[in-house]
Design a binder for this molecule. Sequence first.
Ligand SMILES: NC(=O)c1ccc[n+]([C@@H]2O[C@H](COP(=O)([O-])OP(=O)(O)OC[C@H]3O[C@@H](n4cnc5c(N)ncnc54)[C@H](O)[C@@H]3O)[C@@H](O)[C@H]2O)c1
Length: 455
Amino acid sequence: MGKVHLQDTDTKEKTTEFNLVRVKGTWKRRLENNVNLDTVDRVSAAKIYESITEKGTTWTVVSPITFTYKVTETQSLLDPSNDTLLLGHISDPQQLDDLKKSNKPIKRFLVVDQEVYKIYGPKLHVYLEANNVLFKILALPTTEENKSMEMVLKILEEVNSFSLDRRTEPIIAIGGGVCLDIVGLAASLYRRRTPYIRVPTTLLSYIDASVGAKTGVNFANCKNKLGAYIPPSAAFLDLSFIQTVPQRHISNGLAEMLKMALMKHRGLFELLEKHGRMLLATKFQTDSSVYGHNCSQAASQTTHIAITTMLEELAPNLWEDDLNRLVDFGHLISPPLEMEVLPSLLHGEAVNIDMSYMVYVSKERGLLTEEEKQRIISCMVGLKLPVWHEACTMELIHRSLQDRLKHSGGLVRMPLPVGIGQADIFNNTSCEVLHRAYQNWSDELSVSPDSNGDP
Ligand SMILES: NC(=O)c1ccc[n+]([C@@H]2O[C@H](COP(=O)([O-])OP(=O)(O)OC[C@H]3O[C@@H](n4cnc5c(N)ncnc54)[C@H](O)[C@@H]3O)[C@@H](O)[C@H]2O)c1
């Protein structure tokens, strides 16, 4: 409502709300009752509030920004007849039509994880050449140890010399979560925001790093300390990439899937309990002639549930303004743990150790029964995930929770499973409970031959 009002008679503050309208190419502010829709080209969703007090004038700008991005599952992404990689991010039918009709070659800059490039490089070249693309491929060792600003700058130098149209030529990242995070940050910095596309090639990046808006690199020995909340234009998912991922990295991805199962979806937990070992052995390439219908469905069912449950949590909170996030389960203690022992624990492994301890905290608080606790730990072991680690000491747990307190508005905000497939966020876990849970966790799991994830 456009209005002029006195907010506070004591301070004599007068605030006026203005709409913004475009008339013949010029934006102007207008009181709402002064907007004639017949004479303006456009009315913006943005508003300007002008407040005048004795101290001076303040203009408050409220400018809603909408992010739209697609997560598309496809098959044979690198088949030359599949144009998803080049055009799948475009939603406007007119733009798509114009592009298809134009004889100007498509131009793309691609950053590919070096290991992925060794396997899929030849296929990628064939794909791009068959589609007459002007391209540059930068193959980089995008490892966790290299997940740094130096790597971002290296990419930016190459992007700059390739010279991209920042509105129509998205940068394509192909690789695991590390590659996608680094390239996403580089793209969000280049010319303040260049569109980018994510092609995940590990299970973890397929169901997690591809789905949301976060980009980042490690800094000051802290995980993802520098980053941005800028989603890609699109993420293109092809499960066949996963077939060449080492098995340990499949387990790594299964940890993030298990997180969603424990927090939100009992059905997903049951699927992992039943088919997890098979999914691990087949690397999600389930052929119905070999494994039967139910098993072959498990790969697509589990990935679909993991993606949709993740999207449900992320879409309403893309910038993580709401600090009460179930997806933080497994991410309270794991960041310092992962950094402390780098490179010996993978991200998902560190997350699983954190989840395993938190399951004991839940049990200690009476939120899980002994049987549920055992079931969860057995499932983790079945997925060949570590459930205990000597570097995860009580001191590290305290330090992580203190850090969390500092960065989470003075509350620990601890997501914990309440039964299997349901959760809540707790701010009142006592030190006593944390200690007792730690004691039981260590007593029961440190001696287990399976605790490090070995079969
Ligand atoms: N942005 C987000 O929302 C988000 C979410 C979760 C995790 N992450 C980040 O993701 C990272 C972990 O990702 P990751 O587990 O994919 O690790 P990764 O990117 O290090 O990849 C794992 C390993 O697999 C290799 N690889 C990748 N694809 C392959 C393929 N198809 N065949 C053979 N080898 C392949 C890579 O070279 C690497 O050695 C962490 O840095 C984490 O912080 C980000």
